[in-house]
Design a protein around this ligand. Structure first.
Ligand SMILES: Cc1cc(CN)n(C)n1
Length: 327
């Protein structure tokens, strides 16, 4: 079969939420192609942490089973984290169903999750080797579903301030322009990782970053690229400054932002629209805006939602490739 769910942006496109059913209980979740744990807000959490959230209640699911002695503990690149116990239950995402999916029940979550009341947990969609459950590592929903899906793929159609979709088991060609270009994925680190060594700012010359690598990460809001690329990009933006106070590059909100093309696996140049790189105002008068493209010091670049707004992405778990097309 296949499954399709709406991907709805939170205010400011900070993250994209989609509904899943766990033992018949519907939870709006943050789908994250950069991690591999499915964890939920639930009735085991302190009442303070539960406040404002939809909390999964294992006692109300006739199909929930605890995995005795299992636990999880995960921390993310933004410093947030969660930890708790583990069970299994039936998970249905838009019609795609897994009967014995590991459900990680948080008993502790960091403050940024508590305050983000629209999100009730994460659905990890990276490779299962990154799953944190101990003593027995568990599989992701996609890994479990793959063999029963019409095609071993899932896709992300994320849009600027508009509802898109996550699809499992099918590629809906009405969601992108032209045809997908596919690139090899390096699965060594458990991410949807590919080489990314060439960059083009606007119509300028192409610059090369030797050994550049990147991951496609729906759970990261921004696009984090090599500092030399970021500097070259913003050197083309009048008034762009590295503003330590707000924590990154800002520019006048009416600045003309060039497109940025980034290499995907040496086979494709993914164009990110300049308009999608204008992320959000930092002041009430919307005079100064924060860049959606920011620098990362590690040589593993993180192409997050800013890229997904310009590129439709297909993740092929059958042959470990990633497909992209403009949308
Ligand atoms: C909660 C969360 C997920 C991710 C990306 N994998 N980040 C940076 N934070």
């Amino acid at each position: 079969g296949s499954g399709v769910v709406a991907a709805t942006p939170e205010q400011g496109d900070v993250e994209y939420l989609a509904p899943i059913s766990i033992g018949g209980q519907t939870m709006n979740m943050d789908f994250d192609s950069g991690s591999s744990d499915l964890w939920v807000f639930n009735t085991q959490l302190s009442t303070a942490s539960q406040t404002g959230h939809t909390n999964f209640d294992p006692a109300k699911s006739s199909t929930f089973k605890l995995i005795q002695g299992a636990s999880f503990s995960i921390s993310y690149g933004d410093g947030s984290g969660a930890a708790g116990t583990v069970g299994t239950d039936t998970v249905n995402i838009g019609g795609a169903t897994v009967t014995s999916q590991a459900i990680e029940l948080a008993t502790a979550v960091s403050s940024s999750f508590v305050s983000d009341t629209q999100s009730n947990g994460l659905v990890g969609l990276a490779y299962s080797k990154l799953n944190t459950v101990k003593p027995t590592q568990q599989k992701t929903f996609f890994d479990n579903a793959k063999s029963t899906l019409a095609m071993p793929v899932f896709t992300a159609d994320l849009r600027q301030a508009a509802v898109g979709a996550y699809t499992f088991g099918a590629i809906d060609s009405t969601r992108f322009n032209g045809s997908l270009t596919w690139a090899a994925v390096n699965t060594t680190n458990g991410f949807w990782q590919f080489s990314s060594t060439k960059f083009q700012v606007g119509r300028g010359s192409t610059m090369n970053i030797a050994g550049g690598q990147a991951i496609a990460d729906t759970g990261t809001t921004l696009m984090l690229a090599n500092a030399a690329v970021v500097n070259a990009y913003y050197s083309q933006v009048t008034g762009a400054v590295n503003n330590q106070t707000v924590g990154g590059v800002t520019f006048p909100c009416n600045a003309q932002l060039p497109d940025l093309a980034v290499d995907v696996g040496g086979t494709y140049m993914a164009t990110v629209r300049g308009d999608d790189i204008n992320f959000a105002p930092v002041d009430a008068a919307s005079t100064t805006c924060f860049g959606g493209l920011q620098a990362i010091s590690s040589n593993l670049q993180i192409y997050g939602d800013i890229m997904f707004k310009s590129q439709f992405v297909a993740f092929n778990g059958g042959n470990n490739t990633i497909g992209m097309a403009p949308h």
